[in-house]
Ligand binder design. Structure first.
Ligand code: GLV
Length: 388
């Protein structure tokens, strides 16, 4: 058993164990990947202020997200195709999250269905919704999430059209993978993955297949989104979805103060400042860079979360210190899942917790809810001087 001390260790192991096609899917941004890169490099620009001779005993990371208790300000983000990174991946990730005490968000584009995850967990999870042209299907999807006792609906607003990630096209990404000679050669070195996949029947998009009438290629994320996602999504439709759901709603994909104000108007319980991990609009600013502007616009009226670029507990601390109530991680837990299944997700969460806790203590704080901008050193020009 390798000694895992960092998220990078999990990433290395994941790369050696998961098929190239799915590693590339996870580890890509759109087009030039500028936004994907800056999501992490912008976190590196922010430094921490060390303080000494302060009481470090009795520390706590516990807080709340949309009124729900969480063990630390981290939720597992919705990630498509998670059940291709490791057999039954969504179930493993959801189990790790519930044992750890953080929310798990199931993607519409998951392999395991809402029902699969509900049957194999004991606590409510969150469901992420993509809006589709087929309103009846969306209504049924929302009803299924309600029936499964999901405790928040996360509506993704930045993916009516799928951003182009070159590698997915070159690899012929599909779930399950089509067995071309190149894929067979790759899978020959990924025996653990193959064994797991042979032992499960969950190998397609189970929130979709069997729940809609006609799909031209049920294995292709690209084909499905191009044919079915609702290009006409607007704030009025989002308000209707909120009414249809009737519970907590988190609007994900906000990157502009004007949109944050609109999210407030439709009654979001929380917003997620996010550029979809750099996978959608290449050239957009990193989430951490736009966070202050969005907090200035709506921060006193709605809970503001952040995703895109979080790879460590120090990143979580920086986001919270900048004013985010909480964060979401995507890749950081997928690395763990692809490396070691449920144990790997747990390990990723443990690594992040330890980094967060120790860094918070060395900055002179004992309670994550007391952490503020005071612990940070932010470059003077961090917000940038942009002309509109
Ligand atoms: C889907 O959400 C993706 O980013 O591929």
């Amino acid at each position: 058993m390798p000694v895992i001390t960092s998220i990078d260790d999990l990433k290395r192991l994941y790369k050696s164990r998961a098929p190239k096609m799915f590693y590339d899917y996870c580890e890509s941004g759109s087009w030039t990947e500028q936004t994907f890169r800056e999501n992490t490099s912008d976190f590196d620009q922010i430094r921490l202020r060390q303080r000494v001779a302060v009481d470090m005993s009795n520390r706590t990371l516990a807080t709340q997200m949309v009124g729900q208790d969480v063990a630390m300000p981290v939720a597992l983000a919705p990630v498509g195709l998670t059940g291709m990174q490791h057999a039954d991946g969504e179930i493993h990730a959801a189990r790790a999250a519930e044992k750890f005490g953080v929310p798990f968000t199931l993607s519409t584009m998951s392999i395991c269905s809402i029902e699969d995850v509900a049957e194999n967990t004991t606590k409510p999870f969150w469901f992420q919704l993509y809006t589709m042209k087929d309103e009846d299907y969306v209504r049924r999807l929302v009803e299924r999430a309600k029936a499964a006792n999901c405790s928040a609906l996360v509506i993704t607003l930045d993916l009516q059209i799928l951003g182009q990630r070159h590698k997915d096209l070159k690899n012929g990404l599909s779930a399950p993978p089509k067995l071309t000679p190149a894929v067979i050669a790759d899978l020959a070195t990924r025996w653990r993955w193959g064994l797991g996949m042979l032992q499960t029947e969950r190998r397609g998009f189970r929130n979709i297949v069997g729940h809609v009438k006609e799909i031209s290629d049920p294995a292709s994320l690209m084909a499905w989104t191009a044919e079915n996602f609702d290009l006409t999504l607007d704030w009025a439709k989002i308000a209707k979805l909120k009414e249809m759901w009737g519970g907590k709603v988190i609007l994900k994909g906000i990157l502009d103060a004007e949109d944050a104000k609109m999210a407030l108007k439709v009654g979001a319980d929380a917003i997620v400042v996010s550029n979809h991990g750099g996978r959608q609009l290449d050239g957009a600013l990193s989430s951490i860079r736009v966070l202050p502007e969005i907090l200035d616009a709506v921060g006193d009226q709605v809970e503001v979360h952040l995703d895109s670029g979080i790879r460590s507990g120090q990143d979580v601390l920086k986001a919270v210190a900048m004013g985010a109530k909480s964060t979401f991680i995507g890749r950081a837990y997928v690395y763990g899942l692809g490396a070691m299944g449920e144990a790997g997700v747990t390990r990723a969460l443990e690594v992040i917790r330890k980094e967060l806790d120790v860094s918070m203590a060395l900055c002179g704080k004992r309670d994550i809810n007391d952490v503020d901008r005071d612990i940070l050193l932010v470059p003077e020009d961090f917000a940038g001087r942009w002309q509109r």
